[in-house]
Design a protein around this ligand. Structure first.
Ligand code: NAD
Ligand code: MG
Length: 383
């Protein structure tokens, strides 16, 4: 039986690579549902090529364009966030690849989790914003969350066969991004073109900036906490600039397991879709002789303050990670539009964390309101 895959965010970096994995394994997977926000040209092209059962364009203004372009094909076309949610909760697919970027991915991912579906999770912001609600829903419904984020996929792989062995700690590796070793007097002048150049990975714009500021690692700490049911103290970050060790788990006997490979997101995507099987592929293999030294160092959280702010929000709990995420989405967008500088991003996030009222046990509506409020507040710090 082929697995029917719903790719939420099919036009993004994760979505496009997922479609490559599907195209390379036609006996294993079918692209059943494709969704995108506004890149309709690519969505239409993907739909014509993969002939999914359903296409959803979340920007409702683009519906007519997509509908008429696909009119000669046996493809159902829907539009809007409500359709994303409805189809995510349906039986029309086997695995939902959550590849939408940001808070926008929360509602559909949660709908799938509430229905007990299998979710291959790339959208880390879902767990950062509402990790308690999403993981409680998964426990209740029996939904399976398989991480796609390379660090979390590494940890997931290290935990195979260890169900009864408690974790002492996890070590999340970080590449350090394009500005590893740089100081504030350098960072004050960096522009988006430079920040978008990641040394090891090619990714969407938002996560590329998050990698440059180290916010990505902060979001990943919070993601790991909920995925693996960890205490905050059990999560460690280690800068490993070669991105060969994708992360590690230390068990109670002191033994450490690592998952390694060349940095290529298609591997964790393929692993999540094929789990528990490993599929043969021709991805480039790691040759240790090309990496005579693997290096490790602490993250410079005095310079890259976003990581310190994320850690603080994780320890504070409640709605603090939701505030962190919302403020971060606004400042990353502003940085990408050249409205604010690189270091200002942390200043604004810090202000938002101080000013938005703390809620210790938020419900889903509290998270939604907190997201809206924080976005509005963050936007007041620049024109
Ligand atoms: P991207 O910007 O390349 O693609 C985002 C996708 O989301 C697009 O298909 C877009 O149409 C869709 N989208 C954007 N706004 C939307 C909205 N308001 N409503 C519905 N859909 C919307 O992003 P990406 O780099 O592929 O990242 C996707 C997610 O995966 C992020 O959460 C990111 O943190 C995570 N992730 C990405 C990588 C990577 O290598 N790119 C690695 C690890 C984790
Ligand atoms: Mg990652």
């Amino acid at each position: 039986m082929k697995k029917r895959i719903a790719i939420y965010g099919s036009t993004g970096s994760i979505g496009r690579q997922a479609l490559e994995v599907i195209a390379e394994n036609p006996d294993q997977f079918i692209a059943e549902i494709l969704t995108a926000h506004s890149n309709t040209d690519l969505l239409i092209q993907q739909a014509v090529q993969f002939q999914p059962n359903v296409v959803i364009v979340s920007d409702e203004l683009k519906y007519e364009q997509v509908k008429s372009a696909l009119s000669g094909h046996p493809i159902k076309v829907f539009a809007g966030e409500a359709s994303l949610i409805e189809i995510a909760g349906s039986d029309m697919y086997d695995i939902l690849l959550a590849g939408i970027v940001g808070y926008a991915g929360l509602s559909s991912t949660l709908a799938a989790v509430e229905q007990g579906k299998c979710v291959a999770l790339a959208n880390k912001e879902t767990l950062v914003v509402a990790g308690d609600i999403v993981s409680a829903a998964a426990k209740k419904s029996g939904a399976l969350l398989i991480p796609v984020d390379s660090e979390h996929s590494a940890i997931f792989q290290c935990l195979v066969g260890e169900a009864h062995n408690p974790i002492e700690k996890i070590i999340l590796t970080a590449s350090g991004g394009p500005f590893l070793g740089k100081k504030p007097n350098y960072l004050i002048n960096v522009k988006k073109d430079h920040a978008l150049q990641h040394p090891n990975w090619t990714m969407g714009a938002k996560i590329s900036i998050d990698s440059a500021t180290l916010m990505n690692k902060g979001l990943e700490m919070i993601e790991a906490k909920w995925l693996f049911d960890l205490q905050n103290e059990q999560i460690e970050v280690l800068v490993h600039s070669q991105s060969i060790i994708h992360s590690m788990v230390q068990f109670e006997d002191g033994s450490i397991k690592a998952q390694m490979g060349l940095p290529d997101m298609k591997l964790p995507i393929q692993y999540a879709l094929a789990w528990p099987k490993r599929l043969k592929n021709d991805f480039k293999r790691l040759n240790f002789k090309n990496y005579p030294s693997l290096t490790f160092e602490s993250a410079d959280t005095k310079t890259f303050r976003n990581l310190a702010l994320a850690k603080e929000a994780m320890f504070k709990g409640g709605n603090a990670p939701c505030v962190l995420n919302a403020a971060n989405e606004v400042v990353v967008d502003a940085f990408l539009k050249n409205k604010i500088g690189f270091l200002e991003m942390s200043d604004i996030i810090e202000q938002c964390l101080e000013k938005v009222a703390f809620i210790e046990k938020p419900g889903l509506q509290d998270y939604k309101d907190c997201n809206t409020e924080t976005r509005a507040l963050a936007a007041t710090f620049f024109k």
